[in-house]
Design a protein around this ligand. Structure first.
Ligand code: HT7
Ligand code: ZN
Length: 872
């Protein structure tokens, strides 16, 4: 497979002003007719280049005409999926008829079938599996789409824009015509046809236009769309208030489908959602999923401006829309619920998963320089680190100038396909803040390490903080350069009081340091004794910070810092330090022992009545197996597991009374609501329960069972079930069976059951997971089910990381099986194996051998790129 480079970007040689599509949908063959109103692109400066249209091996050409003159075979050729027409006029209409088989499309790209409906997924390069086209984001066209189908089976036929016509064909089929007045790239095209139920609503925009809102699902799911509809209206209002962005069409539609490779898709006026990211009801949906539904509805809606009205010039600029839109949805969720809780959750995810990606073989800059398969670049780096870049711009400019920059960006580039540089230029032009050096964040991969040291000069009352930065060099990136890193800092005295200090003439309780060279010293004056620094408040930059805090400093920050994020961060650091000691004891074969300081910290925490219960729950949550693996080198999965279990039990026994009390205090019964307040109580109650059961008391096990039996919502029921399963509750097996019986008619709940069942930590986990894949509830064609079972299995330490390598072998078998059926899913499943270099020697060799076995197969571009890069 060939590599595509950013440096080779050229403007398109042709443009498509208008695209007229007709879909004749049928269960066996679908015929697509396109009429493309094309002309040579004056900006390309070339007048003789052949016309090269993107297509796929799965598209069969059955007719081709230029200005209604049927092209004879000698005037075109098809090579490697592309349609090449040698001679063209400067302006012409190309008519192209293709035959496709959506019913056999298991890749879920282009037009495919999910349950009994037709649907599309065109980002990034799915449209070329429908018809020949200039399938690149900088070719923007006005689409008119006609859908022809049997109305009895497909009463709902949707596409982008507004429905402008409906009628009957001569053969008695129904046709519907949709017109989208906004020029768009083909990746935003969408079509849906099926027997769907609809929930109708409306929204009045700030300029008082009424917009029709519709959510379509299979009829049995219509009772689960109310929350998404309310979330949509909150998103529309928020985008008007926070960014001045109003919706532009008269109708906005969302459709839920069961088979979908990712979470959702922002097609213009017709979002398509994985049903797991849209449907919600108290009985079947956990709090986490409620919040996820709200965030994804918002994310896709926000794309209408950051992505659709202003789109990407090429796929190297993917973070232009994704990083900005993630930042927007994070801010929205923070505004709807708790800012600190949201920040802790986002940072925790970034530090666990994105940092691991950035240290692995697929590490790439937020604006990659090359790729083999663009689908592999819908990564945490593009999305989450990309959002951190936008957040840093916000920190550097301040809220007001950031908003002015965003206004300028949207005004200047409305209707255009642009670059990450254009975004930064707008921010710079509107604010006057120099972002020249800052732009390096887009082109340099890896997580910078910032090391801070300090000294205090009591004679002058000056506190000197020296910061060094270094981004680790790698084979692909042998030299790395300093970045512009905003570091938010506050100072505390040793009793925890906030200190005011002066830095470069400004006196304040908090400062933003601009670390922009490899080493800098910042001088804070006006102090009387050496302060305790609260560094990188709110995680103001995506870096690894090292400062030699004593445990008492960390306990002080944990109890007294005014920055809620750093209170959590300090607790995590104490836990990481203690767990690291335990992990080392385990690796050395010693029996574990520890005098935990966390006991003291947790005691103080639990006596502080002023804290948000959600924050308390987060602080009580020990660093995950995955986060500790990211920090370790090499990784000893079994030692990490043993250390976490030991510390959790130690804390549980030391504070058993507190946890029991906490459980009872927050065990508030009442009608379920997905509000921040109620979610917080449930979160703390279930965290307390997870500790309490570690004491192995009968009462705790009984409380778990009762909660499972009597819960009126999925959060409580599923928490109790998970706690029972992972604490070896004697009733766990029966509870799992009862749960399946209760919910077997609800596929999204069954997926949770599949995941929990697959994650059980037993050494015969491979056999159990094989049995799960034979279960009637499993379906290899459905990405959600594959993710549940194989994702769950990845969490089973004794199963997946079994020393005999059987877990790795099993996963490799599944990747090979899925490689041809659904390359995107197969490629994503490779991630755990790609981390082989960081694993301790015995497991590392076994993982590598499995990657080599995969590489020896006939591979899709997707899997080939990930596996070959991780072995290089
Ligand atoms: N922009 C959407 C990306 C997406 C996607 C990409 C590749 C393959 C399938 C896909 N489904 C959706 C989703 C988003 O970020 O909003
Ligand atoms: Zn997105």
């Amino acid at each position: 497979p060939s590599t595509i480079y950013l440096k080779d970007y050229k403007v398109p040689p042709f443009l498509i002003d208008k695209t007229e599509l007709t879909f004749d949908l049928d269960e066996t063959t679908t015929v697509v007719t396109s009429r493309l109103h094309m002309r040579r692109n004056p900006a390309s400066g070339k007048s003789t280049e052949p016309l090269v249209l993107d297509g796929g091996e799965d598209v069969k050409l059955i007719g081709l005409a230029m200005d209604d003159y049927a092209l004879p075979p000698e005037e075109y050729r098809i090579s490697e999926g592309k349609l090449i027409i040698t001679a063209t006029a400067d302006e012409f209409v190309l008519t192209c008829e293709t035959l496709i088989e959506p019913q056999n499309n298991t890749r879920l790209e282009g037009l495919y079938r999910s349950s009994s409906m037709f649907c599309t997924q065109c980002e990034a390069e799915g449209f070329r599996h429908i018809t020949y086209y200039l399938d690149r984001p900088d070719v923007m066209s006005v689409f008119t789409t006609t859908i022809i189908a049997d109305e009895a089976r497909y009463p709902v036929m949707l596409s982008n824009g507004n429905q402008v016509e409906k009628g009957k064909t001569e053969e008695g089929k129904t046709f519907v015509v949709w017109h989208d007045p906004f020029p768009k790239p083909a990746y935003l095209f969408a079509l849906v046809a099926g027997d769907l139920a609809v929930k109708n609503d409306s929204f009045v925009t700030q300029s008082e236009r009424e917009v029709t809102l519709q959510i379509f699902t299979e009829p049995h799911n219509l009772d689960k769309v109310d929350y998404a509809m309310e979330a949509l209206k909150r998103s529309m209002r928020w985008d008007e208030e926070a960014y001045g962005r109003e919706y532009d069409l008269d109708i906005f539609m969302i459709v839920a489908v069961d088979d979908f490779n990712m979470g959702a898709m922002e097609n213009k006026g017709l979002n398509i959602f994985n049903s797991s990211c849209l449907l919600a009801s108290p009985e079947t949906t956990t709090d986490d999923s409620y919040l996820r539904v709200e965030a994804i509805v918002a994310h896709e809606y926000f794309h209408n401006w950051s992505g659709n009205r202003v789109t990407c010039r090429d796929w190297f600029q993917l973070s232009l829309k994704e990083g900005f839109t993630v930042f927007r949805d994070q801010t929205f969720s923070a505004d709807m619920h708790s800012e600190i809780v949201k920040r802790v959750e986002d940072v925790s995810f970034l530090r666990t998963a994105q940092f691991a990606e950035d240290a692995g073989p697929m590490s790439h800059p937020v604006r990659p320089a090359s790729f083999i398969e663009i689908s592999n670049f819908y990564t945490l780096t593009i999305y989450e680190k990309g959002a951190e870049i936008v957040r840093m711009v916000h920190t550097l400019l301040g809220a007001e100038k950031f908003r002015a920059g965003s206004d300028l960006y949207f005004d200047r580039h409305d209707g255009q396909a642009v670059t990450c540089d254009d975004f930064i230029t707008a921010m710079q032009d509107s604010s006057g803040v120099d972002l020249t050096l800052f732009k390096r964040w887009y082109s340099q991969a890896g997580t910078p390490v910032v090391t801070a040291t300090d000294e205090f000069d009591s004679a002058s009352g000056t506190y000197r903080l020296t910061m060094k930065q270094q981004t680790p060099a790698t084979k692909n990136q042998p030299t790395t350069l300093p970045l512009h890193i905003p570091v938010r800092v506050g100072l505390l005295d040793t009793s925890g009081k906030v200190l005011t200090s002066a830095l470069s003439g400004s006196t304040s309780e908090e400062h933003v340091l601009h670390l922009n060279s490899s080493e800098q010293t910042f001088e804070f004056t006006g102090l009387t004794s050496k302060p305790v620094p609260s560094l990188l408040r709110g995680f103001s930059a995506p870096v690894k910070l090292h400062y030699d805090y004593s445990t008492s400093d960390l306990l002080l920050l944990m109890s007294s810092d005014t920055d809620g994020f750093n209170r959590w961060s300090a607790a995590q650091q104490i836990a990481v330090n203690e767990l690291t000691m335990l992990i080392n004891q385990s690796i050395a074969g010693e029996s574990l022992s520890l005098e935990s300081q966390l006991v003291k910290g947790f005691k103080a925490l639990l006596s502080d009545e002023s804290l948000d219960p959600a924050m308390v729950a987060l602080i009580l949550t020990l660093p995950s197996q995955a986060y500790l693996s990211e920090l370790a080198n090499p990784i000893h999965p079994a030692a990490i597991k043993e250390a976490r279990q030991y510390l959790k039990t130690l804390l549980a026994n030391a504070l058993s009374g507190e946890f029991e009390l906490l459980y009872n205090k927050h065990n508030i019964q009442g009608e379920y609501q997905a509000t921040a307040e109620d979610i917080a109580h449930r979160s703390l109650k279930n965290t307390a329960l997870s500790y309490w059961v570690e004491t192995n008391s009968d009462q705790a096990h009984q409380a778990t069972f009762e909660q499972f039996r009597t819960a009126n919502n999925m959060t409580d029921q599923f928490s109790a079930l998970s706690i029972a399963v992972h604490s070896n509750n004697a009733k766990a097996t029966d509870m799992l069976a009862a749960f399946y019986e209760q919910w077997k008619a609800e596929p999204l709940v069954v997926n949770k059951w599949l995941m929990l069942s697959a994650s059980q930590d037993s050494s015969d986990a491979v056999a159990s997971v094989k049995a799960l894949m034979e279960h009637t509830a499993f379906d290899l064609k459905n990405p959600n089910k594959v993710r549940s079972v194989l994702g769950g299995f990845g969490q089973s330490i004794s199963g997946f990381h079994n020393e005999d390598g059987s877990g790795y072998h099993f996963l490799a078998d599944q990747i090979i099986l899925l490689n041809s059926r659904n390359p995107q899913i197969a490629s994503r499943l490779c991630t755990p194996l790609t981390r082989w270099k960081k694993m301790e020697a015995k497991r590392s060799e076994k993982m590598k051998a499995e990657l080599e076995r995969i590489l020896a197969q006939d591979l899709s571009k997707d899997v080939y790129e990930v596996v070959s890069k991780s072995l290089a």
